[in-house]
Design a protein around this ligand. Structure first.
Ligand code: ATP
Length: 270
């Protein structure tokens, strides 16, 4: 069977309503939504539409969700791939995949390209390299830079990329006309955690005793992904006990599971 080169979603359903909190980030990407919706409004005045923006923040904070919501809000196709897919690729495959991705996105423009975990391809070149500096990752990165530079101002493709390690990225990526905007996507505060809970409990059958305010208090350090996970765990815990609805205690038991999982994940193996 033929491996899929990248994902392409032409009918994105995700909207800003699915993204809880992140008000500052949503405000920043609203401008991108506006560009994609009516590019001529900007280009007719001679303005240059940005080509790329970097979404920077810890894992699970909603970077992919936000990028998808931009496509959904603008009503444009969403092309995506993950940098980690390139790590073990044969020579030449990474660069040609990037080329195909940009070609298809241009054919369907206005559109969004999303590159998750861009640090996997975008690490600074020529450092710690045992392979003489001409490895496949570098070829892929060079192809990405070439594609972005090749975009005319009338291309109407915006490239969003996500990373939790902006510090390791090759500075060439951040140059003008490339990923020259950085948008921070931070861990949620207590108020934002409450909003995220509200999104994720919506499809659940809740008992009357569930106190979302209290759950938001009990989960400092949780990402949006942790909260989504916790809501699902609570449902599974309640189901296992043959309950007809999910109770507050089920959420508290789910907190313990998530915290246990996080501790395991962060444990240093000696
Ligand atoms: P990673 O860096 O690990 O790729 P990410 O920042 O891209 O993570 P997402 O994949 O967008 O995070 O988040 C995973 C899931 O967590 C989302 O699909 C959603 O269910 C939930 N989630 C994360 N952040 C939010 C948020 N702000 N509002 C609502 N749900 C959220």
């Amino acid at each position: 069977s033929k491996a899929k080169l990248f994902d392409n979603d032409t009918k994105v359903k995700t909207s800003f309503l699915d993204v809880a909190g992140l008000e500052g980030a949503k405000e920043e990407v609203q401008e991108i939504v506006d560009f994609l919706k009516s590019p001529e409004k900007y280009t007719s005045l001679g303005g240059k539409i940005p080509k790329g923006a970097l979404l920077v923040g810890p894992p699970g904070t909603g970077k992919t969700l936000l990028a998808k919501a931009v496509a959904g809000e603008a009503g444009v196709p969403f092309f995506s791939l993950s940098g980690s897919d390139f790590v073990e690729m044969f020579v030449g495959v990474g660069a040609s995949r990037v080329r195909d991705l940009f070609k298809q996105a241009q054919q369907k423009s206005p559109s969004i390209i999303f590159i998750d975990e861009i640090d996997a391809i975008g690490r600074a070149r020529g450092k710690n390299s045992m392979t003489g500096g001409n490895d496949e990752r570098e070829n892929t990165l060079n192809q990405l830079l070439t594609e972005m530079d090749g975009f005319g101002t009338d291309t109407n493709v915006i490239v969003l990329a996500a990373t939790n390690r902006a510090d390791v990225l090759d500075k060439a990526l951040m140059r003008a006309g490339r990923f020259d905007r950085q948008i921070y996507v931070d861990l949620p505060d207590i108020k934002e955690r409450k909003q995220i809970f509200e999104v994720h409990i919506k499809p659940l059958k809740l008992a009357k005793d569930v106190n979302v305010e209290f759950l938001a208090q009990q989960t400092p350090g949780f990402s949006g992904a942790d909260i989504a996970n916790m809501c699902n765990e609570a449902a599974l815990i309640a189901a296992r006990k043959n309950k007809k609805a999910i109770h507050h205690q089920d959420f508290l038991d789910a907190v313990d599971r998530i915290v246990g999982g996080l501790e395991k994940k962060n444990k240093v193996i000696t």
